[in-house]
Design a protein around this ligand. Structure first.
Ligand SMILES: Cc1ncc(COP(=O)(O)O)c(C=O)c1O
Length: 383
């Protein structure tokens, strides 16, 4: 039966992620437009974004928080280019974004003292094999496979290298063990549904010590330079950004942070996301044709929830045919305005990916689930 009720907000994209409940363009009317970001009110807005981030994430006092160009990719590449090369590197990857960082380190920075720990979509590599004498580069939540590291127990507190963590789809949705993370990056458009543009770069004192004691042999673009005269450029971590930020995006990030505070802070955000995952879990449990791509329950993402179709009719098709079927499903859902942007990532196995981060209302997921049953039956019966 075709469902009669649709999600109030049918947006479930994994990036840019949906805006917070109640978002309106009117909320940005106090944006500092047409003014210099280096003016006193401009600096104040940028510093407020940093301070609210620090408080919300409950960061250790001695960690630095900076706003950098080019979204999460910018923040990660600044970190890789600025910090690596002093010692060997363990590179972890279990989906597309982790593989992208491996490509940067191996093919662009051309480091050869590297150790690859890789796993296929749905799995994690053996985290017991990570060598913490080395720097370690990894993604906390694999956005394209829906597989996250379950916690930070595998990370050594006595590590010699730095842990460099792309946490863009984890931060504000999963607890992060800050003392075990030397670099954490994310972007505004992910869990809080801010406007895409800028990246956040969080550094531990150990990361700062590396910056001040190590000069990589490769050229460093101005956009990547975190030090001045061998010392950390502290201004970046107080809001004196390297280049010009969009003050409209800054205002939107501030709006998202204020909403997050009102939604119960970090714990409130994590609970909202967990509750959202639970809706999908309940449905998957009672539905025969679908399952999580993540093979282990404890690695199941509560933000980018990736699902695979396990029904024999689907699995017996070629990969190309499977992609066609998924495309038909998502097109039908879009036509019905029941769900937008829930196709799996282009490099991932054909399937569905439903964002379950904090800005999603669990009631909308409740409304979505019957639509998935309906749409699958539609395309299957069409055969
Ligand atoms: C884990 C991860 N890393 C990196 C990126 C790239 O992020 P951005 O577009 O903010 O640079 C994404 C985007 O989806 C991601 O999920």
């Amino acid at each position: 039966m075709k469902p009669t009720t649709k999600p109030e907000n049918p947006l479930f994209s994994s990036g840019p992620c949906p805006k917070r409940p109640g978002w309106s363009l009117n909320n940005l009317q106090h944006a500092l437009l047409g003014r210099s970001h280096r003016s006193s009110p401009g600096k104040k807005k940028l510093a407020e974004a940093i301070d609210r981030t620090r408080n919300l994430l409950q960061l250790p006092d001695d960690y630095r928080v900076g706003i950098v160009p080019a979204s999460d990719t910018g923040a990660m590449e600044i970190a890789l280019w600025s910090l690596l090369g002093q010692r060997g590197v363990d590179l972890l990857a279990w989906e597309s974004f982790g593989s992208g960082w491996i490509n940067d380190v191996v093919n662009q920075l051309k480091l050869d003292d590297v150790n690859h720990l890789e796993a296929d979509y749905g799995q994690l590599p053996d985290l017991k094999k990570v060598n913490f004498e080395n720097d370690v580069v990894f993604v906390w939540n694999g956005t394209t496979s829906g597989v996250k590291v379950p916690n930070g127990d595998w990370i050594s507190t006595a590590r010699k290298g730095l842990t460099i963590c792309d946490a863009t789809s984890a931060v504000f949705a999963m607890p992060l063990p800050w003392e075990k993370l030397d670099v954490v990056t994310y972007s505004w458009q992910k869990v809080l549904g801010g406007e895409a543009a800028h990246g956040m770069l969080i550094l531990s004192p150990r990361a700062v010590a590396r910056l001040e004691s190590w000069s990589p042999p490769w050229p460093m673009p101005k956009l990547f330079r975190l030090t001045k005269g061998g010392k950390l450029n502290e201004g970046i971590f107080r809001g004196a950004t390297i280049n010009t930020p969009s003050m409209l995006c800054v205002e939107d990030y501030l709006d998202a942070l204020k909403w997050a505070e009102s939604a119960g802070g970090l714990n409130g955000l994590i609970e909202r996301s967990q509750k959202n995952l639970k809706v999908v879990e309940n449905w998957v449990e009672e539905t025969e044709w679908i399952d999580f791509l993540a093979e282990e329950r404890e690695t199941r993402s509560n933000t980018s929830v990736c699902l695979k179709i396990i029904d024999r009719w689907f699995t017996s098709q070629s990969l190309d045919q499977q992609t066609v079927i998924i495309k038909k499903m998502v097109t039908l859902l879009e036509q019905e305005k029941a769900a937008f942007d829930i196709e799996s990532y282009r490099d991932a196995p054909p399937g569905l990916r439903i964002w379950c981060g904090a800005t999603i209302e669990s009631s909308d997921l409740e409304y979505l689930m019957p639509w998935l049953d309906w749409v699958y039956l539609q395309v299957k019966e069409e055969k």
